[in-house]
Design a protein around this ligand. Sequence first.
Ligand code: SF4
Length: 397
Amino acid sequence: MAFYPSLAPVVGTARMAESVAGLYIHIPFCLKKCPYCDFYSITDLSRKESYIQALMSEMKLTRETAHSFDTIYLGGGTPSILSGREVEKILMTAKTVYRIHPRAEITMEINPGTVNAKALDAYRQAGVNRISMGIQSFDKQVLKKLGRIHTAEAAIRSLQEVFASGFTNVGIDLMYGIPDQKRSDWRADLAQAVGFKLDHISCYMLSFEPGTLFETERLAGRIDSLPDTAIADMFQLTVAELALGGYNQYEISNFARPGRQSRHNVKYWNGSPYLGLGAGAHSFDGFTRSWHFRNIDRYIQVLADGCLPVSGEERLTQSQHMLESIYLGLRTTAGIRQRDFERRFGIIFEDLWGDLIVDLRGQGFVQSSPDRIALTVAGMLFLDAIVGRMSDQIGDI
Ligand code: SF4
């Protein structure tokens, strides 16, 4: 793995691959750190202004190498900590510096308890046309356990304000597999979400990430994770209930009404290039991954010195690239198109994985046609193990 020197010169940044890329802008501020979260964010808001300046400097420094986007995603952290004026400043700069498609999908993550009608109106005026709200649950006990700053009532109120502000592409995030959560609690959350007639629902399984308070508590025996069987049951319930509500699963954790998939997130799964701006953000130019300093002060300082805040990069080998395409492709219900895969990597799919696919199909984990292979809902529960078996066949290609 090659690392940039700490102050990487601007020159030498790989040019984005030809297909239209996605732009991710990380806003690393939160009012309070949730005990399960390992995203990079801080609760000291005093550096908000200098951070926004640094973001705009980064845009200017990358204008020559990455300039055409048809999606923008303001993620976090909590982007809705920003005022309407601040969001406008960021988006205006992006539109000035890069070529942004006139019908670009511009998503902003918002958290209940951090928005009001006036701010929402300002975000919309600034160009945001898609909202993703981190609700996580409508259940009082679950929200308390997750350490969220909002109540169920505040979440519903914020959702109503989003609709009243005129947004017509609205999604929410929910979480399941939370300690002590029952199947019936989760079913009630899903039913409530469906009742709002949203465009998009993401349902994430709680994972205990190293370094989080939840993981420390779990290791100390103070909280118990749910048994795998209960979590698998909740996953299958999710797919079934959301299908009944009119939502197609298009990725393991993502469900949308027809035509309402997140165009930005689809880029991550189909291997499209994306540029990540901000502290801790990652980028992919079609060949090389790179990542930024996960430290806001360092990020600001490096940009003030006129350099890009790249902390490391890794050019994917042929086998890493293949493996990654398999892993990401199998996360989606569209799966992997064998002909594309063969053309891209110069291998015969059948030669490498023919026997394995027959075996997995026999176990009900894979559905395949002459053209595509995809995991079934049962297979998605074993994604890592299945990719592991496919990886064994790749060897040293
Ligand atoms: S889950 Fe969201 S709100 Fe909570 S700390 Fe992480 S980024 Fe911030």
